[in-house]
Design a protein around this ligand. Structure first.
Ligand code: PEP
Length: 263
């Protein structure tokens, strides 16, 4: 279903009316985690001023440590919905448990399935039945084939509104948080008709890598990028070192505008 064999044209997925697909170079930005109404609104306004058309933000956070901030849950979803009302930006947010899909889908415009759940088949199937578009991140240890087969689990439940997201894989390299597999973008686009975006924030794990990795994503023909931003990264409850602040974001916006997307 997700293969290009029976679907030669590359697909465009609409998220609350915003297109993601060939030629769109969609900018998705927002806080890694929703912390407070103010922080989320400020991050959304920064993102929107830089040209972002979709707001990201996690209310359910899949953290390595059980002692780390786990997200605000439904209270976070309510904040995202309020910020959407205020800014008009459709919301992309992660769901980590099949039992929460209905709840998250009642607030979100697109469900995000994160790297740690990339082969959680019950979750993939539930997302496939949610009636909402799904952004599927590549598993950090997953091959491209495993990623596409994970997408197939969603598609099999009748949902072809899937956006693939390359977010870096585990390698021996420790200088970056993950190794951005830039070649995965054209490979996935050759094998699948689904849009493919890149997450330079979770790939690099450092603010200063976000701009160069965004350039790489655009140059290789990605259909969009998803970026962490925070009004005060030094106090962020999640992934502050990779969050862009206003100045960086303006620079990134210039790059996105200057480099025409490949179609
Ligand atoms: C995220 O985007 O908030 C996230 C946790 O990403 P990943 O699943 O790629 O680590």
């Amino acid at each position: 279903l997700v293969s290009r064999e029976n679907h030669a044209e590359r697909s465009i997925v609409r998220v609350g009316g915003v297109p993601v697909g060939p030629g769109t170079m969609t900018l998705i930005a927002g806080p890694c985690a929703v912390e407070t109404p103010d922080q989320t609104l400020q991050a959304a306004q920064m993102a929107q001023a830089a040209g972002a058309t979709l707001l990201r933000g996690g209310a359910f956070k899949p953290r390595t440590s059980p002692y780390a901030f786990q997200g605000l849950g439904e209270a976070g979803l309510r904040i995202l919905a309020d910020v959407r009302d205020e800014t008009g930006m459709p919301v992309v947010t992660e769901v980590v448990d099949a039992a929460d899909v209905e709840l998250v889908a009642s607030y979100a415009d697109m469900l995000q399935i994160g790297t740690r759940n990339a082969q959680n088949f019950a979750l993939l199937q539930a997302a496939g039945e949610s009636g909402k578009p799904v952004m599927l991140k590549r598993g950090m240890n997953g091959t491209i084939e495993e990623w596409l087969m994970a997408a197939e689990y969603i598609a099999q439940r009748g949902n072809l509104d899937i956006v693939l997201c390359e977010r870096g894989i585990r390698t021996f390299e420790k200088a970056t948080r993950n190794t951005l597999d830039i070649s995965a973008v054209p490979v996935a686009q050759r094998l699948s008709h689904l849009p493919v975006i890149v997450d330079p924030s979770h790939s690099g794990g450092h603010r200063d890598l976000v701009l160069p990795l965004t350039r790489a994503a655009i140059a290789v023909g990605a259909d969009g990028v998803i970026i962490d931003v925070h009004p005060h990264p030094e106090t962020a409850l999640c992934d502050g070192p990779q969050a862009l602040v206003n100045g960086d974001l303006r620079e990134l916006a210039k790059v996105v505008r200057a480099l025409p997307p490949l179609v």
